[in-house]
Design a protein around this ligand. Sequence first.
Ligand SMILES: [Zn+2]
Ligand SMILES: [Zn+2]
Length: 322
Amino acid sequence: MNPVSDVPMTASSAAHPRTAQRLLLAVACWFDSDAGGPEDAGDDRIDWARAVPFFAIHAACLGVLWVGVSATALEVALGMYALRMFAITGFYHRYFSHKAFRTSRTVQFLFALFGAMSVQRGPLWWAAHHRNHHRHADTEHDPHSPLYRGFFWSHMGWFLTRRGFRTDAASIPDLMRYPELRLLDRFDILVPVATAVGLFLVGDLLATVAPGLHTDGAQLLIWGFFVSTVVLFHVTVTINSLAHRYGSRRFDTRDNSRNNALLALLTFGEGWHNNHHHFPGAARQGFRWWEFDLTYYGLRGLAALGLIWDLKPVPVALKRMH
Ligand SMILES: [Zn+2]
Ligand SMILES: [Zn+2]
């Protein structure tokens, strides 16, 4: 018997069903995040089949070549960007990840829905990874440090892996108590699909009742959903990839976080990332009056309406120092 010729045959015949099963599981995960199973915990390879919807959203932006553009389409794209950026920064980040203020269960769910429209998965997945980022910032255990794994990894490689797709429930026991949030997280494709369909229907309606706006269903779908979502995504993740590399450091934190005014403008205040790593609990990330923090102004507005309360302030000592 020749052991050398025996081994590859056995290995390859076992590999095919496993590959097919992997593919099926990846496709199942497009619709049900829990379909993946627990064996993926340490797998840092990019799961290309699982990532197809992510690349498809990028490819769909090419639709602008067919649908054209109108002022209405651009306004809707901008409005969708602003609403979802605020939901991500104000709620996915400052509320769900850091508990920087308090609110009712209804408002919590409402902004979880707005956040879920961003196609950045559910609030539990987002907050779990972000808490782990703060816990291990710019060490080898940081999910997305540009210092350890480079730009591409910190920008988008990290969450396209089997490990990255998982939600670390142990990091978010306080959020796991809410079945409605667990549902948003598990079936995270539902809200984005409903958003896309809704935009198409609104555009279709406008084409009939307000033809002077020169828009239609396909145009609002491409600009309001696909283009706006892709821009929103890439701007959001600059806080992982660029704000740990480029900018100034007011505080000597353990990590390499930076304050970057341009990123703060685009992300509604998240670019004051060195401030944020120094004192993550505050509802405000711009510590000086001139440090533009649109999310904080929005949160103050919601507080004035009584929808949120107990906004955690920046400690006075931190404002005076440095
Ligand atoms: Zn950071
Ligand atoms: Zn944070």
